[in-house]
Unconditional design. Structure first.
Length: 363
């Protein structure tokens, strides 16, 4: 009875080399295969001529490249944002977003199909939890975006010799934000394994400062992240500066109250010596008043913190509206009085429901 092939994208480099050894081959061949896939974007065995014939035959029977298939692709009128509805092997679906900015390309990646956190203004939270994604399904989203960038530059001139890209081309995937569907810290092991794969310096080689993980406030995950010294940026969805206000928007705050969350955040910052990015969705008439801004200032004063203000993006299940530009500016000015840097998030892809809090599928 033949065994089921292993999804290549589920394997860290160390796991691939170990598997290569159990097959009776030198790990050098596994390392070469790793480079073909992650450095050169190859998945067709015939395109890997430097692999020995016997090893290639064994790898072809023992490994699979479980790419995600595109069900729907949408392009925003802003010309910078593309959204991909991707089908998993079990026909579940997730969404991934490609965003272009001056000098960089960012992929917004999902960690779960659906989400159990239930944030009232979030389309993913409104659809409920379906299942966790495997490391390979998380990595495959990054590889999907990377393949698109390769296709877009294949006919272009070669990058200058001193290009920092390991692929030797101008445009490459430089940033990943785990802010798509799902709660990353609720799928901790798979997410961290995927991050290890994406950061491997002989592969996609994403820098530690190029990956941001966003959590709604899973306290045990934040503490574990600090204790394991994971080299990622941490973003925490705050949205309310009192327990009552936060629970109304983020129901999971009942499980991890605001005081426990802030204790965990202080622990993380003190142990890692890293700034935390606090996300604040600005909802007109709900949490955007000067009093709200002062409450945020008092809560975060003296911490290694930056506040990212995000005017609410529309979803079918929530009838709130976004804060206006002037109110957002006033909110920033008040935060500055407490020594808190802040930014107002640039709204992208709203017309194709690709903005923050808008990702959802019909399962």
């Amino acid at each position: 009875m033949s065994s089921v092939p292993v999804n290549f994208y589920d394997l860290t480099r160390e796991a691939l080399l170990a598997l290569t050894t159990t097959w009776g081959f030198s790990p050098v061949h596994g390392a070469k295969l790793w480079g073909y896939v992650y450095r050169e974007g190859k998945e067709i065995w015939a395109d890997m001529p430097e692999l020995p014939v016997r090893f290639r035959a064994k790898a072809e029977s023992g490994l699979s490249f479980a790419r995600l298939t595109v069900a729907v692709e949408q392009k925003s009128r802003d010309n910078f944002t593309h959204k991909y509805l991707l089908s998993l092997a079990d026909n579940r679906r997730i969404e991934t977003v490609l965003m272009r900015y001056t000098g960089r390309v960012t992929a917004c990646i999902s960690s779960q199909a659906g989400c159990a956190m239930g944030c009232v203004f979030c389309a993913t939270g409104q659809m409920g939890f379906v299942r966790h994604l495997t490391p390979g399904e998380i990595v495959a989203q990054a590889m999907h975006v990377d393949a698109i960038l390769r296709q877009g530059t294949r006919s272009a001139a070669l990058a200058e010799p001193k290009s920092p890209s390991p692929h030797g081309r101008h445009e490459r995937l430089r940033n990943i934000v785990l802010m798509g569907m799902g709660e990353p810290l609720n799928n901790y092991d798979s997410v961290m394994s995927a991050i290890d794969i994406l950061r491997d310096q002989t592969g996609l080689a994403l820098g530690a400062k190029k990956i941001t993980l966003s959590t709604v406030g899973v306290v045990p995950g934040i503490i574990r992240l600090a204790d394991e010294a994971r080299p990622v940026h941490l973003a925490v969805s705050l949205h309310g500066a009192t327990q009552e206000e936060r629970v109304a928007l983020v129901p999971v705050a009942k499980k991890w109250p605001l005081v426990e969350l802030m204790d965990a955040c202080r622990y993380y910052s003190e142990k890692r010596k890293r700034r935390i990015f606090y996300e604040w969705t600005l909802i007109n008439g709900k949490n955007d008043s000067p009093e709200n801004a002062h409450a945020v200032g008092r809560l975060l004063r003296g911490q290694l913190a930056q506040v990212n203000l995000i005017p609410l993006n529309p979803t079918a299940g929530y009838d709130g509206g976004p804060t206006g530009r002037e109110a957002a500016r006033r909110f920033q000015q008040i935060l500055a009085k407490y020594g808190l840097p802040s930014t107002v998030r640039q709204r992208r892809g709203i017309d194709i429901a690709a903005g923050c809090g808008q990702l959802a599928t019909t399962r």
